[in-house]
Design a protein around this ligand. Sequence first.
Ligand code: ADP
Ligand code: MG
Length: 291
Amino acid sequence: MLYVIALGGNALADGRAFGRMYDSILRLRDKGNKIILTHGNGPQVGELALLENKGLAVLTAQTEAEIGLGIENGLAAASARAGAKSPRIATVLTRVLVNPRDKEFRSPSKPIGPFMGASEARKLASRGFSVRKLIHGYRRVVPSPRPREILESGLMRLLLRDRYVVIAAGGGGIAVTRGNGRLAYANAVLDKDLTSALLATTLRADRLFILTDVDGAFLDFGTKHSALLTRTTAEALQSYASEGQFEKGSMLPKVEACLEFVQSTGRPAVIGNLQKAEDAFKFKDATVVYP
Ligand code: ADP
Ligand code: MG
C-alpha cells in the first residue's frame, strides 16, 4: 500500500523526541508499504522570513531542505537502533502550481512566524508586510492559495518504485505560477494539509495520515464537553465542519484534506497524534474518516 503521512510543523518544531514515530514509520515500510512523508514549515519559514529578504518560494525551498534532512537523520537513526541497514531515503524539492488570480493574493490569511507585540507589529507593517491581530498577539500573515498541481509527482513515482522513502511537499510545497509557458515563483506559503491531500489523490495513495499535536479532530474543542471524533464518515465530518467545529488555519485544513482525499479516492484518511503514530496507523485513538 502507498501511505502519505503528513507531519505537523508545530509538533516537529518543538524539538521533542520523535524516535518512536520514526520506528513506527520504518515498521510500516518493512511490511512492504511505500511511504511518502510531508511536513509543515510555518514556524521555520516565519523565522527565516524575518532574517532573510527573499521571496517565500525560495524560503520554503530552504526549509524543505533543512527539515527534510532532519527527517532523513531521524529515520537513519531509527534504523540504526533497530540494527538494520539504513533505508533508501530521498528529499524532493517540490514545486506546486497555484492560480495567480487566487483571492489569497489580495487578502492573505496564513499566519507564519512568531507572535509579536504591538510595536514590533507596527514596525513590520511599515516595512510593507501584512500583519494581523490574533487572540495571542500579532502575527505576520501571507497568501496561502489553493494547491492545484504537483510538478514533481512523476519523480516521486520513480523513487517509490525503487523503494525510496520519499520526503516531499514540505511546507506545502514551493508555490509557482505558470504564465506564457513559463514558471514563476509565487510569494506564498501553501497549506501542507491541502497539498498532502492533493499529493495523495494524484498518486492514488491507499491511506492519508495527518499527524499533529492532538489525538484528532474534537467536537466542542476547548470546552469541558470536548470529545474526540473517532470513526466518522465524510458526510458527517462535512456537516460538523459547516457548524464551525474546526478552527480555520489549524484543524479545518486537516478536515478539508481528509474530505478531499476520501471523497475523490473512496479510501480512508486519519488525523492522529504524532507522539502516538503507531496507534494512528492502526486506526486507534485517532479520527478515522471513511467514505
Ligand atoms: P500542525 O502543525 O500539525 O498543522 P496546527 O496547530 O495547525 O498543527 O493544528 C493542530 C491544532 O488545531 C491543535 O493543536 C489544536 O489547538 C487546534 N484545533 C482547533 N480546533 C480543533 C478541534 N476541533 N479539534 C482538535 N484540535 C483543534
Ligand atoms: Mg497546521
